[in-house]
Design a protein around this ligand. Structure first.
Ligand code: ATP
Ligand code: ZN
Length: 293
């Protein structure tokens, strides 16, 4: 029987849906049902290990899983506090973005990093926080809490907190305001230094090239336009993050060409206006579903 690659994924929570969507966009055919621990991918030799996000770095470090999809915050904490030094980030995946921030009472005595000297800071990320304070030469006390960190100042367990923020609504509801960012986090693909067998390595490389395609196509657009021949250079310079565009003569007009290019950055209205100011007409911007180098 052939070997199956194992990838640990959060079963339920803020990472789960986007992780499943990304893997499905990579062409993996699976369904997640009930409380099973394993989802079998039907069309490739891959199994998904469905677990709590906090367990993912450990599973990858120990070899229970070959790879994992996890928040960079959880990965970094595990590396710093449990010294899982055989783990590495292989790709940043661009979803589940959030910031690990320092926050304190709005209008209170703590408003900058320096104000934290000799204060107590509540956090679920003691490893990341300790390293950050050390880097900034701040001596302060970390109070570790597993959850409800935002309540710590109100019940006088701590003077400030270090917690994940995305919209800031939870902070605001607790009268807190963020004053510094410790880590900008997003979902990452993690692996270990462990050797994979040849079979697993081949499956992984196939998957990785599909993941790269998904990451690249997300922000990429295909742009098509007509332009005066004399403006080809000027227009090529404006196209955001594109290689040399394809240029096609138009049968009806010798002075006009059609230009087509893949833009690897977002195409904003301002770019379209600049293209138009340089003589481009009939501009179309199309989404790209899949890409392979
Ligand atoms: P589990 O039951 O798997 O342990 P959890 O409750 O610890 O889940 P979630 O709240 O689902 O975790 O968050 C998972 C990850 O999603 C976080 O570690 C972080 O990387 C990311 N995330 C994105 N936005 C936020 C946010 N506003 N608050 C917390 N985590 C966020
Ligand atoms: Zn968790």
């Amino acid at each position: 029987m052939s070997e199956r690659l194992r990838i640990a994924v959060q079963k339920k929570g803020r990472l789960a849906d986007d992780s499943f969507t990304m893997l499905k966009t990579c062409g993996l055919n699976f369904s997640v049902r009930g409380d099973g621990l394993l989802a079998r991918v039907k069309n490739l030799p891959i199994d998904l290990l469905l677990v709590r996000d906090d367990d993912i770095p450990n599973f990858v470090a120990s070899g229970a899983s070959d790879f994992g999809l996890v928040g960079e915050n959880v990965f970094a904490e595990e590396v710093l506090s449990a010294k899982q030094l055989n783990l590495k980030v292989l790709r940043r995946l661009g979803f589940s973005r959030c910031n690990l921030c320092l926050a304190a009472d709005e209008g209170g005595l703590i408003q900058t990093l320096n104000d934290l000297k000799n204060k107590k800071i509540a956090t679920s990320y003691p490893g990341i926080l300790t390293a950050y304070l050390k880097k900034n030469n701040i001596v302060a006390d970390c109070v570790e809490m597993k959850g409800a960190v935002e309540l710590a100042p109100r019940i006088h367990i701590a003077d400030a907190i270090c917690d994940l923020v995305s919209s800031g609504a939870t902070l605001e509801a607790n009268g807190l305001v963020a004053f510094d960012t410790v880590l900008e986090s997003e979902a990452v693909l993690i692996g270990s230094n462990r050797e994979l067998g040849a079979e697993k390595q081949e499956i992984f490389e196939r998957l990785l090239s599909r993941i790269d395609g998904v990451i690249r196509s997300k922000d990429s657009k295909y742009i098509m336009l007509n332009a005066p021949r004399a403006q080809i250079d000027a227009i090529s310079k404006i196209l955001p993050g594109s290689d040399a565009p394809t240029i096609i003569p138009l049968a009806t007009d010798d002075n006009l060409v059609a230009m087509q290019a893949v833009c690897t950055e977002n195409v904003f209205w301002e770019t379209l206006e600049a293209l138009k100011d340089n003589g481009a007409r009939s501009i179309l911007v199309l989404p790209i579903e899949k890409m392979m180098a």
